[in-house]
Design a protein around this ligand. Structure first.
Ligand SMILES: Cc1cc2nc3c(=O)[nH]c(=O)nc-3n(C[C@H](O)[C@H](O)[C@H](O)COP(=O)(O)OP(=O)(O)OC[C@H]3O[C@@H](n4cnc5c(N)ncnc54)[C@H](O)[C@@H]3O)c2cc1C
Length: 400
């Protein structure tokens, strides 16, 4: 029997439960990835779900994954269809197959998983799922706290994963290389070589620079590293080198990621509604295309926001502080629907993660895990976080 391992957001070889489960059957394994173009190329508020930065990142990760799998004697096959389309094609050729699928949280991916499960049931194909996405394997959803602090206290008391230290990886030769190899090399450079993690709490609000924050988000979003691996690496560093407010705070931020993933699982149906998880019945603000376009193209009255949007469009990445300011400005100064902003971010961000993106947008709009609106005074923020104007000078002038 052929074991099909469907890799969705696990673009790695190590600590990959889908792959490990598939291999444990001791039958030939076919790892596959699907581009699902009919979904990812669909527009949401006029912006495709996956934009060019994310595709470029994904392609590079898939190339690295294919290489890693080859070293294990496995051949990665890429399909342009959705997952059901791929399973149908494989089934028509091989007939005796089983399917291992990573369990999905919500939205399109969860519907896609369900479609595969239905297809398999209909054709008597054994179908297994593996939860592989979060630091913790399970959560009591009935009592899941809606705000972060009680959630954090609860999970801090849970047993935490402890993975072996990651092997040291040499950075890939090409500076634009992505994928598991680059992710491990980057993690090593950030934690062990530069020890920049020690100062993370002081530097994390900066707008630019190499190691002011971990820059792990895109690797996590595509599963080039598991959250367990990142967490464990920090634990190893704390046990053998030092424990600082920076090492603690990086774990703290990983718990924000964890928080939004479980919130999304619980509130998936409300995730894309204007009233969010607060289910506020307020009217959707009127569309102002002029404001929206000015915001996207970095041509608003505010240079910090313009700089952020130009950086986003051109690089596919933004610091957390820049994201907060750009989001607050669209929602509270330009009075536009937060979902338009989430769609634009989703399209351009290399690290787009539905839970983190939607969760943060709702948080700033005051319809997420707290009903309190987060309104940023962007002029004050610019003075505080860009006192010399270097960030604005670097990005704001360019509105191509
Ligand atoms: C409007 C808005 C949209 C966002 N959209 C996304 C998104 O699509 N994908 C995404 O991964 N993050 C998103 N974030 C969260 C955060 O801005 C990024 O994770 C972070 O800037 C990425 O840089 P880093 O890896 O250097 O983060 P670090 O500061 O080094 O943090 C380490 C990791 O912790 C997690 N993390 C940090 N801050 C947050 C946060 N506020 N919420 C959830 N997880 C967090 C991320 O996985 C990150 O990689 C968004 C934030 C805002 C305000």
């Amino acid at each position: 029997m052929l074991t099909v391992a469907v890799l969705v957001n696990q673009l790695r070889v190590s600590d990959n439960r889908v792959l490990d489960t598939a291999l444990a059957f001791n039958d030939p394994v076919l790892p596959i990835v699907c581009r699902c173009v009919s979904w990812y190329d669909q527009p949401w508020y006029g912006y495709t779900v996956r934009g060019p930065h994310q595709w470029a990142f994904w392609d590079a990760c898939v190339a690295d994954l294919a290489n890693g799998l080859r070293q294990k004697g496995l051949t990665l096959t890429e399909y342009t269809t959705d997952w059901v389309g791929a399973i149908r094609t494989i089934y028509q050729t091989h007939r005796r197959i089983r399917v291992i699928f990573p369990e999905q949280i919500g939205g399109y991916e969860a519907r896609g998983m369900q479609a595969v499960a239905d297809y398999c049931r209909h054709h008597d194909i054994p179908f297994h799922t593996e939860w592989d996405w979060t630091l913790f394997d399970s959560m009591d959803m009935a009592t899941l706290p809606r705000s972060f602090t009680p959630f954090r206290r609860r999970v801090e008391a849970k047993p935490h994963p402890w993975m072996p230290l990651l092997p040291r990886m040499t950075p890939p030769p090409h500076s634009k290389s992505r994928g598991e190899t680059a992710a491990k090399a980057h993690l090593h450079a950030y934690i062990w070589e530069s020890q920049a993690i020690c100062h993370y709490k002081e530097t994390r609000n900066q707008l630019m620079g190499r190691h002011f924050s971990s820059h792990l988000s895109a690797y996590l979003a595509h599963g080039c590293l598991s959250a367990r691996q990142v967490y464990s690496e920090i634990q190893h560093f704390e046990a053998s080198v030092t424990q600082t407010s920076g090492t603690y705070w990086l774990v703290f931020e990983l718990l924000w990621r964890e928080f939004f993933q479980w919130q999304y699982k619980k509130y998936a149906d409300q995730w894309f509604t204007y009233g969010g998880i607060q289910a506020q019945p307020t009217a959707v603000p009127e569309v102002n295309d002029h404001h929206r376009q000015a915001w996207v193209m970095g041509r608003t009255a505010d240079r910090l926001v313009n700089a952020a949007m130009n950086e986003l469009r051109q690089t596919g990445w933004l610091s957390n502080r820049a994201r907060q300011n750009a989001a607050s400005y669209l929602i509270h100064d330009l009075n536009q629907d937060w979902r338009f902003g989430a769609a634009v971010f989703g399209h351009y961000l290399m690290d787009h993660d539905v839970a983190n993106n939607g969760g943060n947008w709702m948080y700033i709009a005051g319809v997420g895990n707290s009903a309190h609106k987060r309104v940023f005074n962007v002029a004050n923020q610019a003075e505080r976080y860009d006192p010399t104007g270097a960030y604005r000078d670097r990005w704001a002038h360019d509105a191509t």
